[in-house]
Design a protein around this ligand. Structure first.
Ligand code: ATP
Length: 443
């Protein structure tokens, strides 16, 4: 996937109302983005698929919606206060600031600047630590501050509620607690569109198991989540791969970790991390809070701190991968056609309805009647604001799987022309069978 695809996709997302720059009319904010009308729909659909699959679809996982602002001690226990920092280094050439771990190493002390290509000697430009958490003050006065933090991951809300969930649901292990929500990181590396944002959304499951079952559960979740991207999101297998972390790359608490990577326009990068975090989180929260976070198994009479497997996915990265995967440019009769080949269930509209001629009132009326008839059953859009070729192109671009045209013959034969987004083939369908036709083709 070439780099210029990135600028095409950024421009496309803006033009069609998927993604806008945050606070744009005031000059914008770096790495902060807003989702427009079509983006908001797609993002919600991604979250719904995940929630429906794991929370509604399973007996062993329950949902949670914990707060974004959390107590300082949460992050003392989790290690974020101490250790959630990047090593940053300034390039002496272009003066830009980079994460040391993302730079190309030349030799022992020298790295290559990705912007101006000059050498960065870390003996001279000493790397400095920079904590990524966003701090806020909950006190009404500045001189008596009461600091709290915007969570840098949704996971901590799950760990601090582990006992609450266990005691109120009376569930047994293995038990997953799932949450979708915003997370905040004061990221320094910028410029990769919605891949790395300061405010983003995560879909995380903390899956608690007996320590002896952790290795097996970890493998299960790596496969399960890989297949989710293939089957439920529709990413191409060629664009996905698994990358297991080497032992020296693992976070100090993690027993093992595998990234699910997508082939983004700038190369293979993390879409999701699946980690076996051992008993680190519950042990540390129990230690700092002095609360009992152990689990008692009534069948074996055993009390223990569960291990946790964490599949941690990014909503925004899934959205980005999905657009990259679905975006196609094709030449049709000497003209460029842009088409978003989304799974029909993820498209904002299952079908679009147009009258062939907008100056014929009886055609417009019939088209609108068909639209209102079907509107309560399936997501549909009506449009008569341009010529038919342009209307098709608009719908192709946003991934609408079927376009329905009402023409003069429709008035007598009660049939409409249904055009398939991907093949562009047209089929004549009777209006009373239209809904069933769309249902069958898009489910
Ligand atoms: P990276 O190494 O790319 O910074 P990470 O390993 O720090 O990512 P995790 O802490 O494992 O990321 O977070 C889990 C998931 O949350 C990531 O796989 C990604 O999908 C998403 N995510 C993390 N940071 C961001 C961000 N700044 N912007 C958008 N999504 C993010």
């Amino acid at each position: 996937m070439p780099e210029d695809k990135l600028s095409k996709i950024v421009a496309f997302c803006r033009r069609r109302g998927f993604v806008f720059g945050g606070s744009e009319i005031y000059g914008g904010l770096s790495s902060i983005w807003d989702y427009g009308p079509l983006g908001a729909v797609l993002k919600k659909k991604i979250k719904d698929v995940w929630w429906d699959t794991y929370v509604l679809g399973r007996e062993d996982i329950v949902g949670l919606d914990s707060s974004l602002i959390m107590h300082e001690d949460v992050f003392r226990a989790s290690g974020h206060l101490e250790g959630f920092s990047d090593l940053l280094v300034d390039c002496p050439g272009c003066k830009k600031r980079f994460r040391l771990d993302k730079l190309e190493k030349k030799d022992k002390h020298a790295y290559r600047c990705p912007e101006c290509k000059k050498d960065i000697d870390i003996e001279k430009s000493k790397p400095r630590k920079f904590n990524l958490m966003l701090k806020t003050n909950l006190s009404a006065t500045e001189d008596n501050p009461n600091y709290a933090y915007l969570r840098p991951e949704t996971a901590q809300g799950i760990f601090v509620n582990f006992a609450n969930v266990l005691n109120t649901t009376h569930k047994k292990l293995p038990l997953g607690i799932a949450q979708i929500g915003k997370a905040f990181r004061n990221e320094v590396t910028t410029g990769s569109f919605i891949f790395r944002m300061k405010e983003f959304e995560q879909m995380e499951i903390e899956y608690f198991v007996h320590p002896k079952k952790a290795a097996q559960a970890y493998q299960y979740w790596v496969n399960e989540r890989f297949n989710f991207y293939l089957e439920k999101i529709g990413l191409a297998k060629d664009n996905l791969r698994l990358r297991e972390h080497a032992k020296d790359e693992l976070a100090h608490y993690a027993k093992s970790c595998t990234d699910i990577e997508f082939n983004f326009p700038f190369g293979w990068s993390e879409l999701e991390g699946v980690a076996n975090r051992g008993d680190f989180d519950l042990t540390e929260h129990a230690r700092v809070s002095k609360k009992d976070l152990s689990y008692f198994d009534p069948e074996t009479n055993e009390r223990f701190i569960p291990f946790v497997i964490e599949p941690s996915a990014g909503v925004d990265r899934t959205f980005f991968a999905l657009i990259c995967n679905a975006y196609h440019e094709e030449e049709v009769k000497g003209k460029l056609r842009t088409v978003l080949k989304l799974k029909p269930s993820l498209a904002a509209f299952r079908l679009a309805i147009f009258p062939l001629l907008k100056n014929k009132p009886d055609l417009v009326e019939l088209a609108k009647n068909i639209f209102y008839d079907i509107k309560n059953k399936v997501s549909v859009v009506y449009d008569d604001s341009a010529a038919i070729g342009k209307l098709y192109r608009r719908q192709d671009e946003i991934g609408t799987p079927f376009c329905v045209t009402v023409d003069v013959d429709s008035l007598t034969d009660k049939c409409v022309t249904v055009r398939d987004r991907d093949t562009m083939q047209q089929t004549r369908v009777s209006t009373d069978k239209l809904f069933a036709f769309i249902q069958e083709k898009t489910n």
